[in-house]
Design a binder for this molecule. Sequence first.
Ligand code: XMP
Length: 517
Amino acid sequence: PVLVVDFGAQYAQLIARRVREANVYSEIVPHTITAAEIAAKSPAGIVLSGGPSSVYEPGAPALDPGILDLGVPVLGICYGFQAMAKSLGGEVANTGLREYGSTAVRVAGDGGSLLGGSPADQTVWMSHGDSVSKAPDGFDVLASSDATPVAAFASDAKKLYGVQWHPEVKHSPFGQQVLENFLHRAAGIPSDWNSGSVIAEQVAKIREQIGEGRVICGLSGGVDSAVAAALVHEAVGDQLVCIFVDHGLLRADERRQVEEDFVASTGVRLVTVDARQQFLDALAGVSDPEQKRKIIGREFIRTFEGAAEALVLEAKAEGDKVRYLVQGTLYPDVVESGGGAGTANIKSHHNVGGLPEDLQFELVEPLRTLFKDEVRAIGRELGLPEAIVGRQPFPGPGLGIRIVGEVTEERLELLRAADAIVRAELTAAGLDEEIWQCPVVLLADVRSVGVQGDGRTYGHPIVLRPVSSEDAMTADWTRVPFEVLAKISNRITNEVAGVNRVVLDVTSKPPGTIEWE
Ligand code: XMP
């Protein structure tokens, strides 16, 4: 792999993704890693990420200088560039000239193996206070800016490279080329990591882990569990059984997508548990959001456990044991929780659908090394339905937390109809890329007066909550064009009985959360 050493800024994950976009596998490691630990991983290359600090600050994250002597090609970025310069005998100075944002740099000569092929004058994204004022001996200076005489350097002999700017962000238009030059030209790493190779590798790993054992997987209708199940099925076929709990809080058509389209495209054995009435009964009379979440979580685990137990008994009767449980854990969860191996890193927030602890299964987590966009690519490669692979994030408690007020069958039906219209119109307007997700919320306890035909109405409002986001931690409300909003509003008020008003949520996160409950 290429190892991305995380110096503590938010950029390490982005760097890891960009390296993978160059079809090279990457992993993130903490900056406390030693040269010996790095050597043990036999990396093909190392990228030192940016960080929040100055190399002279007390407690600034240190770089084990042995990392630069391993003979492994290294690219230092921003803080990583400065840490490299300092460690190799160059000079890092606080010039008092901060550079932040789009900055012009001049490339020296032909740019060498790192900057070759990119324009002599280009704009890059900078974010630094200290500057490298003198390159280490034997290094070529490849670029400079007004504030920074040494904005990039290289030693082809030592295979050590660095840039002061952030090539991983889109605001550096030639950034990806810098990364690819480092990976392919300077370090000579081939582009051989792609969906196909990931599938082959994971299938082999899953076979090795599971052997002849039996395995179960809970499907939610979302992309992660579907792709995880498809991979495991590819590896061990009918040793896998999937459980799908229909809690009645799904959106229109989602059950059919799982039961028909997913099954048809994978051949997975599926058990659906129809628990709609059970959930409605448990939710009757409850309007407090936290209580709703608790009830849905509890009923979900109860139902899943029941179905799993039935499969365990069935296997037992056939002289086998169900020993494995598939989880769709993704790489960001692993990185954020410190990367402990073999643990189920589910944020408490996301634990609806999580596994009960007393069920003694070993976890199978085939997506543990992958980012979301990679999971989608693999899903497409495996031929899964686009409706599942491209699905927006949808909370485990489903429409239950998008009805402000008590959850009833009538309200669910109304919300499902409104939600289907919103999804169809946003897709038709080509906004799926721009919109991270668009919760549609029914204010069931609010009524307002309207007029329709020549009669007075007294109906409920529907809230549209389109947001743009990178990771759901922060979000901004999406500026959906007025014509699209007009069409949605028109259709909902005309087609969904009981709704006489459509309103738009124009709150960012923070202070608002994405969901209303
Ligand atoms: P909030 O509302 O906290 O949501 O801004 C952040 C993201 O998490 C999703 N979400 C959930 N996902 N189980 C889930 O699997 C949950 O209980 C849950 N609650 C919120 C939400 O849709 C958004 O993408």
